[in-house]
Structure formats: C-alpha cells, structure tokens
Design a protein around this ligand. Structure first.
Ligand SMILES: *Cc1c(COP(=O)(O)O)cnc(C)c1O
Length: 358
C-alpha cells in the first residue's frame, strides 16, 4: 500500500498534538523494573477490598443473557438507584467519563464556552475540546478552595461549567452554600463531579430539588468497587433526561456491568465497611504526613513533596515498590505534589515506610 500523508490530511489538529489523558504507570512494569513480586497500587483511587460479593453474583447471573442487546432504559439499574438515593431523575453511561462526554455532546457547539474550576480532573477539558468547546480554566485559591466570584464570572458565559468536589487531585470539599451561590447566579448548567462524595461529610443531592440547572455526576468505580465495569450515572433535571438519551450512543452500558452495579448498590455492608476503612487510614496518613498533606474528603490525599518534584517522588516510590500518582499532568498545578490513595493494609504500611525515607 502506498505510504501517504494520511495522518496530516485526515486527522483533526486536536489529535495530532501530544495531548490526551495521562495514565498512571502500569504496576506490572514497575514490579519488573525494580524486582518486586507485588507493587502497592496507590495511584488510581480504586477500592482495595475487591469486588462486592453481591455485585459478582448479579454479574454472573447476567452472563447468561450476553447474547441479547441490553435493556436501553436500564430499568433495573434505575430502580436500584432510586432505592439507594430516593426519587430523582437519573441517566447512566460508560463510567462517569461517558456521562460527561454525553452531557457535553448535548450542549456544546463549536465555539461555545465551557468553564472549569482548575486544577482538577483533566477529562472535562479533553471532552469539551473534542466537541469544539472553548474552555476557560478558573484557578482555585492557594488553599485549593474555589474562588467563587471568579468562577461565577466565567460560568455566567458558559453553557456548562465543571466543578469537582471532593476535588481530584486536591481532595478539597466545597461547601453546599458555595454551590448554591453559584447555581443562583448562572443560567448555564453546573456539572458537579461527586466521584468521591461518599467519603466526605457533604451531601449535595437536596440541591436537585431546588435548581433545574444542576447535574451531579457519580461513579460506580470508587466506593462501589467497579472501576473495571465502567458504570457511571448522574442526577439530572427532569428536562435534561430525554435529550441526554437522544444524544447518547445507542446501547452504551453493557448488561453485565449494569447487573454488577445493581448488586453493588444493594451491598450496604461493603459500602459502609469501605467508607469506615478509608476514613481510618486517611487519618493515619494525615498524622504521618503532617503539614505536607491537604485536608481530603476523598479516598486519596495530595501531598506536597517539596523540594522534590512530583515525578521525582513518584520515581522514588516506584523504586521502593509503591505506585503513587505524580500530579504533574494536572494542568494549573505546581509541580511538587503526589496523590496517594488508600489501599490494602500492606500497601498502606509500605507507603508509610517509604514516605518516612523520602
Ligand atoms: C474516577 C473519576 C471519575 C470517573 O470515573 P469513571 O470510572 O469514568 O466512572 C470522574 N471524576 C473524577 C474526579 C474521578 O476521579
């Protein structure tokens, strides 16, 4: 076949640049490189307990119908969400990432404004750019609280704005009153990313009853232990649900993952145990790291590793069999932070031991 200039001719500029989602290094690579039988996996904020037994059981049952297309309305999952949360409007997607992408597809034409409270999870910006959105980043205050007046000023011009609380990677929790202040002052949508909210003392759900410009994104990947299943959902205003369903890829969420999610939502013992365990270890990590750690409402902490850079500290941990996340790839964040999540007991203990030698 003739070698051509296809990549230059066909591919959008956006995807010819060296940008995109930055993944943590693979544990297998580190284990091999530095000679560890097992690496402590503390870079991806996963649930350390393995899957919920009830999720496994429901997924197993669902295997027998894998020759059928999924129920597009995911009636069982929506019912399970209602039992868990109460009577709200829900949409589902392939991870919360899938939900974010579909929300942007509903709202953003090329050139439309998107506002993002930064530094934060990078996917909002990537998904907005993919749709041709014009992204404005609104820097947080030095203590990582949201600069509410600046955020409102930009969000007033945007069709959709993103705010993550507890924030990834800082762990910062934004008070409900601040969110309400934002909602009162904007006409566009506020997408509140609550991926870690179960680990925090705040609850934003009641705002859904009072504002019709709020979407609350949730995920089954963290406290519910289903990161590999790719199930996300959101609380949406009633008016938004039908258009979301129109814009979504047909048959996104698969039957087996949806069934696993139903089981996970019913396993209160597993959920409570996870939350209690994370809080216990978050306190221990906080005591260990003193002033270098930021207060966190999530299942991870962000640690200031000055005078090292995030990459240098991450390399040191890797050499000692611990996988942590360098925060270098988070736009708008100074380059001296790492993010560490709560893992299994042995993983946490190894982290503390190596941290003392850092
Ligand atoms: C993990 C995470 C998500 C989404 O996770 P999915 O696995 O796609 O459901 C969304 N937002 C933040 C801030 C996250 O950390």
């Amino acid at each position: 076949m003739q070698q051509s200039n296809r990549s230059a001719d066909l591919i959008r500029d956006l995807y010819r640049q060296d940008t995109g989602y930055v993944f943590a290094k693979k544990p297998e690579e580190i284990a091999k490189e530095f000679g560890f039988a097992e690496v402590a996996r503390l870079a991806s904020n996963e649930n350390p307990f393995g899957p919920s037994p009830r999720a496994l059981k429901e997924a197993e049952k669902a295997l027998c119908s894998m020759h059928r297309y999924p129920d597009t309305t995911h009636t069982n999952l929506i019912s399970a969400l209602r039992r868990y949360h109460g009577d709200y409007s829900f949409v589902t997607g392939v991870g919360m990432d899938g939900v974010i992408e579909t929300c942007i597809r509903v709202l953003i034409n090329p050139g439309d404004q998107v506002a993002i409270s930064t530094p934060t999870f990078s996917f909002y910006g990537l998904a907005a750019a993919a749709q041709g959105g014009d992204v404005t980043h609104i820097p947080r205050n030095p203590d990582f609280s949201v600069d509410i007046p600046s955020f409102i000023a930009s969000a007033r011009k945007a069709k959709i704005s993103f705010l993550c609380t507890p924030n990834n990677p800082s762990g910062t929790v934004t008070p409900v009153s601040d969110i309400e202040e934002i909602l009162k002052n904007i006409d566009g949508i506020l997408f509140l990313d609550n991926a870690y909210v179960e680990f925090s003392p705040v609850d934003y759900r009641d705002l859904m009853n009072r504002y019709d410009n709020l979407i609350i994104g949730r995920t089954m990947s963290k406290v519910f232990g289903l990161a590999g299943c790719r199930v996300g959902y959101a609380f949406v205003p009633d008016w938004f649900r039908p258009v979301y369903e129109k814009a979504a890829t047909p048959f996104t969420l698969n039957t087996i993952s949806a069934a696993a999610a139903v089981g996970a939502l019913e396993d209160h013992e597993y959920i409570d145990r996870t939350i209690a365990y994370v809080k216990k270890w978050r306190d221990i990590f906080t005591k260990e790291s003193g002033k270098t750690i930021l207060p966190s409402g999530a299942n991870f902490v962000m640690i200031d590793v000055t005078p090292l850079t995030g990459d240098q500290a991450t390399d040191f941990f890797a050499q000692n069999g611990v996988l942590v996340r360098s925060c270098r790839s988070f736009p708008g964040l100074a380059d001296h932070y790492i993010r560490v999540c709560i893992g299994e007991e042995w993983e946490n203990n190894r982290f503390i031991e190596v941290f003392r030698r850092l």
